[in-house]
Design a protein. Structure first.
Length: 199
C-alpha cells in the first residue's frame, strides 16, 4: 500500500471517530436542555397534589425535594440543575436554588462564591426569574433554551399549555418578551459552567 493510500484509509477510519467525538461533546454541552425537554408535557394532579406520572413525581421528590400541594416551577428548575451538576456541588445548589423563586433570586445576588452571577440579558442555560405584581414574595421561574432578538424561549414547570403562568401545571415550552408578560422580569441567574457534569 502506498503512503497516499494509507493516508486515505486512515481518513476513512478517523473521520467518523472524530465526528462521533465532536457530536458527543456537543450533546453533552447541551444535555441539560435536552434533559429538561424530556419532561415536556408532564402534568400535575389537581391542586399541585403530585404528578400524573409516578416516576416523575418520585424524581421531583427525591432529587428536588418537592412536597405535595406546593407550587413547583422552582422545584422543576432545582430538579434539572441538580440532575445535571457535579455531586460535589449539590449541597451548595440546594441552598442556592430555593423552592421560593424570590429567595432564589436574592441568594444569587448575595452569593460570594463566584459560582453564580445575575444578568439583565439571557444566555441559553440561564434561570429566568419573574416577580408577581400583586405579591412581591411570589413569582415564577424557568430555564432559558433559546435567545432571539426580541424574545427568549424557556422550559417551565407549573404552567398551562397555552399562555401565561398559572397553577394548571404542566412542563411546557414558552416564548417570552422582555417586558415581563404580566409579571416583573427580575433577571437571569447564570451558573458557572464548572459546576456542571455536561458543560
Amino acid at each position: 500500500m502506498f503512503k497516499d493510500d494509507r493516508i486515505l484509509a486512515f481518513s476513512f477510519v478517523a473521520a467518523p471517530v472524530f465526528a462521533a467525538i465532536f457530536g458527543f461533546w456537543l450533546f453533552k454541552k447541551r444535555s441539560s436542555i435536552r434533559f429538561a425537554q424530556f419532561f415536556l408535557g408532564q402534568e400535575e394532579k389537581a391542586g399541585n397534589a403530585g404528578f400524573m406520572d409516578e416516576v416523575f413525581e418520585n424524581q421531583m421528590k427525591s432529587i428536588a425535594g418537592f412536597k405535595d400541594f406546593q407550587q413547583w416551577c422552582a422545584y422543576f428548575v432545582r430538579f434539572v440543575m441538580l440532575s445535571k451538576t457535579k455531586p460535589v456541588y449539590h449541597d451548595y445548589l440546594e441552598k442556592l436554588l430555593s423552592p421560593s423563586t424570590q429567595l432564589m433570586w436574592r441568594n444569587a445576588i448575595n452569593d460570594e462564591t463566584g459560582n453564580v452571577s445575575t444578568h439583565d440579558n439571557p444566555r441559553v442555560g440561564d434561570i429566568v426569574i419573574w416577580q408577581s405584581y400583586r405579591d412581591s414574595s411570589k413569582g415564577h421561574t424557568g430555564i432559558v433554551i433559546k435567545v432571539n432578538t426580541s424574545t427568549f424561549e424557556t422550559i417551565e414547570g407549573n404552567v398551562n399549555s397555552y399562555s401565561g403562568k398559572t397553577s394548571e401545571g404542566i412542563v411546557a415550552r414558552k416564548t417570552h418578551d422582555f417586558d415581563g408578560d404580566g409579571m416583573t422580569l427580575l433577571g437571569f441567574i447564570r451558573l458557572d459552567r464548572k459546576l456542571f457534569k455536561i458543560f
